[in-house]
Design a protein around this ligand. Structure first.
Ligand code: MN
Length: 401
């Protein structure tokens, strides 16, 4: 990736204007050339736009590479990691910095991930050498002074990061590891700055589901260690482009929480492992809101995955002479049988709907929902009977229960 500075971008803009002007001059007399002209102008503007967008990023090329490297390490995505390492090295990241980031991460993601990643780094370096690509070695960390006191220094670093003294009295051993080893031994190595280390940590924890409190603590810690607010807001963007939607959403939520900003629309089914499939046009007349169908191994009698957008539900209906099984696999929603209390659907919830029972199923008002469905005990002459819609008045009171 190219990194431009102020004066160079001005020159780039001037050049773009000149090139666009030239294209105009050469081609203005040829009506047939209009499409080619439009294409060339668009290509020049797009190219310049990309370079300027890169320049406007507050995270440097190296920092962006660290984001992608750390999150792929934590995710265990070796293909993504190798790509991120190569992009980093092409952009001036050094071997020493990459190695340091992956070594630090053992404290956050465990030795299995860290060692795998260091192995991938070794492979990348071999491949680059074979291809004759230059990779900057960088500087090794300086040796620590003889009187270096890991516990004392680490306690200072941790206090600065947390914004106040932190003492984990419940588990004194862990308190010692955090202070003397992580924030002492590891953070004392000066081939990455404290700010870079926190960018690495925030990015990695964004790829660890269920660690949201630590993620928020490190977003806040990153600010205390000198990562600028605009830079922190860019980490989710880099994650979205180079790692994945789930990682980006997790980071976006943590950044929004720390900065007291409203969380953007993060309720999405896009990172469900279950397919969304195609719009459910065939049954749309019996649904309020949009739904999607993804038949899974349908030819051999597999189930169908149904995706409901927030607020979407089907009409009251009856499955005659067959039992319908629902298995919720993502999001949150409702199942209700006529005359009975509504049942909340969350991943893992299974409902076998008796034949002849009048019922409906759908998403919660504020959440997507996916359930697998298939029919059992199907008798001769089985059919579906669609009835009245589940009105807003009825549906909206569900959340109050
Ligand atoms: Mn049904």
């Amino acid at each position: 990736m190219v990194h431009l500075y102020g004066a160079e971008s001005v020159i780039l803009v001037i050049f773009s204007v000149i090139i666009v002007h030239r294209i105009n001059k050469i081609m203005c007399n040829f009506a047939a050339m209009k499409t080619i002209k439009t294409f060339l102008v668009a290509a020049v503007l797009c190219c310049a736009g990309n370079l300027l967008a890169q320049e406007n990023m507050k995270l440097t090329v190296k920092e962006q590479a660290l984001v992608a490297i750390a999150a792929n390490e934590a995710k265990g995505d070796m293909v993504g990691l190798k790509k991120a390492l190569n992009e980093g090295f092409d952009g001036g990241l050094t071997v020493s910095e990459a190695k340091e980031a992956l070594s630090q991460l053992y404290a956050y993601t465990g030795f299995p991930r860290s060692l795998n990643a260091l192995g991938a780094l070794q492979q990348v370096l071999k491949d680059r050498e074979a291809q004759g690509l230059a990779t900057e070695a960088g500087h090794e960390a300086d040796a620590l002074p003889k009187d270096y006191d890991a516990l004392r220094q680490g306690t200072e670093v941790q206090t600065r990061l947390s914004g106040q003294p932190f003492n984990y009295t419940f588990a004194p051993q862990t308190d010692y590891y955090l202070k003397a080893h992580l924030f002492g031994d590891i953070f004392a190595r000066n081939n990455l700055t404290f700010a870079e280390r926190e960018i690495v940590t925030v990015s990695a924890i964004s790829a660890l589901p269920g660690c949201e409190p630590q993620l928020r603590a490190h977003v806040s810690g990153a600010r205390n260690m000198g990562v600028k607010d605009e830079q922190l807001h860019e980490i989710p963007m880099v994650l979205r482009q180079r790692v994945g939607e789930a990682e980006a959403v997790r980071c976006e939520q943590a950044v929004a929480a720390v900065f007291g900003e409203p969380s953007k629309a993060v309720n999405t089914i896009d990172f469900s492992v279950w397919p969304k499939g195609e719009p459910n046009t065939g049954y749309a007349q019996y649904f309020i809101g949009n739904s999607y169908l993804a038949p899974l191994d349908a030819q051999n009698g597999g189930p169908v995955n149904v995706t409901f957008e927030p607020g979407c539900r089907n009409n009251w209906h009856i499955h005659h002479k067959q039992v319908q099984v629902l298995i919720c696999v993502a999001g949150r929603g409702w199942y209700q049988e006529w005359g009975k209390e509504p049942v909340e659907l969350t991943p893992g919830k299974v409902v076998a709907i008796p034949a002849e029972a009048k019922h409906w199923h759908g998403a919660a008002r504020d959440s997507w929902m996916q359930h697998l469905t298939f029919n059992t005990r199907v008798e001769e002459g089985a059919s579906n009977e669609w009835l009245e819609p589940v009105g807003d008045e009825w549906y909206n009171q569900l959340e109050q229960k």
